[in-house]
Design a protein around this ligand. Structure first.
Ligand SMILES: Cc1cc2nc3c(=O)[nH]c(=O)nc-3n(C[C@H](O)[C@H](O)[C@H](O)COP(=O)(O)O)c2cc1C
Length: 213
């Protein structure tokens, strides 16, 4: 009889533990995670249409690059800190051809553009969203600089990408190879023609991961 009582109390205790874990609101779990949303984007001012690969979104008279717009949505949705990657080099944002040619040369010569400002307290972040436009079927070289400059080990990296038809190309795999000690979970790539229309899908993806604030 004594044994039955002990067994019954053990089962009750373990079920109570389970119930506590299950009833934990996601926000309590999430609040332990510090999120950074970092991105590179070149909003083009020349007004070339999206089918040619240029980017341009204007909301309330503010010009957004495609990746910048997505980064803004992610940051608002997750409550993560937003960090825009600027380079020492100023990319030609008013001459699409010049930008395209320069980026090609940069990739071919494997030049690593210097990032203009430091990400403060990088070590404190658990989850790092890394956003970029697909450039020449790859990530822009400055994203390689980012992975060279910072230690991502132990973090979850969430690449996000906007593109004119190539999706991520091989860039998610490349990030996995560069950052073997990190977990890489990619968001769906977002076509440049559908940036604003994708807002709902981006928010849903974040909620599905339990990363919304
Ligand atoms: C230099 C350059 C190279 C590009 N190469 C590709 C490419 O290889 N594949 C693709 O799908 N889109 C390509 N695009 C289109 C961009 O990925 C797309 O317009 C992106 O949304 C721009 O993002 P941003 O406004 O944040 O800079 C290229 C655009 C530029 C400027």
């Amino acid at each position: 009889m004594k044994k039955i009582i002990i067994a019954a109390s053990l089962i009750a205790a373990s079920m109570a533990g389970l119930a506590t874990a299950q009833n934990n609101p996601i926000s309590q779990v999430k609040s332990t995670k510090k999120i950074l949303v970092t991105y590179f984007s070149v909003p083009e001012t020349s007004g070339v249409d999206a089918s040619s690969g240029a980017s341009r979104i204007v909301i309330d008279n503010k010009l957004y690059g495609n990746t910048e717009y997505v980064a803004d949505v992610i940051s608002k949705e997750t409550g993560g800190d937003l960090f825009r990657i600027n380079t020492q080099h100023k990319y030609a944002d008013s001459n699409h051809r010049e930008l395209v040619d320069y980026a090609k040369k940069e990739a071919e010569t494997k030049s690593y553009p210097e990032i203009a400002a430091e990400i403060k307290n990088f070590a404190e972040y658990d989850v790092v969203f890394v956003g970029y436009p697909n450039w020449w079927y790859d990530m822009p070289m400055v994203i390689y600089t980012l992975f060279n400059d910072y230690d991502f080990s132990g973090k979850t990296i969430i690449p996000f990408c906007t593109h004119g038809g190539s999706g991520f190309s091989q860039s998610v795999k490349t990030i996995g190879k560069l950052e073997k000690d990190a977990k890489v979970v990619s968001m769906p790539a977002i076509p440049s023609k559908n940036i604003e229309k994708s807002t709902g899908a981006i928010k849903k993806w974040i909620a599905d991961q339990g990363l919304n604030k």
